[in-house]
Design a protein around this ligand. Sequence first.
Ligand code: ADP
Length: 553
Amino acid sequence: MLTYDYPNIFQRFEVMDRELKDHRILIVDDALENVEILGSILSDYKRSVALSGEKALEIAAGPNRPDLVLLDVMMPGMDGFTVCSKLKSNPGTKDIPVIFVTSMKEVSEKVKGFSLGAVDYITKPYQVEEIRSRIKTHLTISALRNKLTTLNHELEKKVKDRTEELLIAKNQAEESSRVKSHFLALMSHELRTPMAGILGFSDFLLEELKDEESRELVKMINDSGRRLKSTLDSILNFSQIESQKIKANYSDFEIISKSKSLLEYHELNAKLKGLELSFGSESEQLAVRLDEVMYEIIFNNLVSNAIKYTNEGNVRVEIKSGKAGKENVTSLIVSDTGIGIPPEKQEAIFEEFRQVDEGLRRNFEGVGLGLSLVKKYVELMGGQITVSSKVKEGSVFTIKFSDAQQPKSKINSVTGIKEGGTIYGARAGQYPSRDARILLVEDDYTNIKIAQLYLKDVAILDVAKNSDEALDLAKKTLYSAILMDINLGKGMSGLELTKILRKDNKYSNVPIVAYTAFALDGDRENFIEEGCTHYLPKPCSRDELISLLAEVI
Ligand code: ADP
């Protein structure tokens, strides 16, 4: 509701009435008797008198500035019209209302007066009440206009001050968002790099070691590393959503083969718990347009939750497509025969850090960010997520994406890979040709060691520890592919090096994989834009690296 300084407009006028007495009126007339008559009619006000146009201008611009001028038209020397136009052209006097006093009744003269800026006319002989009432009206209007102008100035100043404050606040917010993003990128990179070592070497040892006891110990290191990595991924992804507006980066892909290959990574965990893991879809192929990375995160979170919260029975993933009204709807359904979720918790589980089992007695590991991230990503892509669940019977998570996700480009039916686009996505079990020569540009000793172990017996690997070495090697040999770390420590970055290589005709089409611990939203797009053809975030498994190279070469 609006509130006013004055309870009502009438009270405001009363106040003005009292103030009017303090107003000053300048009477301009060459005839003394007229001055006297007008002076006595307006005895309630303060008055000044000018017997000529020149004097009137002097008084109006002086210290006793009048609030209104009564101006005779016919005067010897400077006439009333000239005085009026001079008053109106001076910024100091232009707002003083002018009323002409005349015996002329001709319309043309009145029109001339108004066009010069007069507010009214008084004609001789004088009508006392009429003059008083007109003067009062014009003084009131003028006072209100002045008040309005003052209020307007105050308002403008307030708006200006507030805008400045908001601008400062906006700059501060942008600065802290920039600092936060920088911190996230740094954290991501610094935590992922050593984790690549832990996961990479333990992966390799798991393959090499034959002794069961040692294998079990190494498996524990590997599992702990994976758990740490998935917690880190959730926290970083989530903080990133919170700190800035993330947009879905749509691309076309084939969702059935994609889902099947994602499911392969969960097979071992399901097997270890004795669970049956199955996949179903009505068709062999289904092209969709979604953010592929977000889809992977959604899929992996739902399936790993289903396995985590199921002790016996099965976990099933289904992809369906059908019509809902006029819209085509693609659904991802993940169901399990697990512990279930009580009805009163079915909403809270989508909130960050909320779990069914909270407090010290909780039975399952996890930080409670997975489902809130899933929900945010689903909604970012215009989809919906629902859950139906019964305690001790199991849960069904359903995600629906509608028409907006219709693919724009044709999907290659043999490879499931977008035509003319970036090839991405590991296809397990494929190997690059053994004599393929690959250049790894990497400054971190641990990462070099891991890549050498991963690609032992798979391809010939040359290593450059900085951009100069890389350029030297690239000149001598034409590599089948380059694995490019982005942060190369001193000297050029991986992206600068990529740009230089791309200028060389020999390397204009050679696959360059951004192989990096920079793994926040938007990083992949940035690397591809700068000239890389593929992107593989560290830490990655041996399978992921090998199958990506198999696709690339
Ligand atoms: P986290 O698994 O790390 O705790 P989530 O956000 O993924 O975090 O899940 C939140 C909570 O929802 C879990 O702690 C669990 O209580 C419940 N929940 C999620 N998925 C299932 C499921 N398939 N069956 C039973 N409970 C589940």
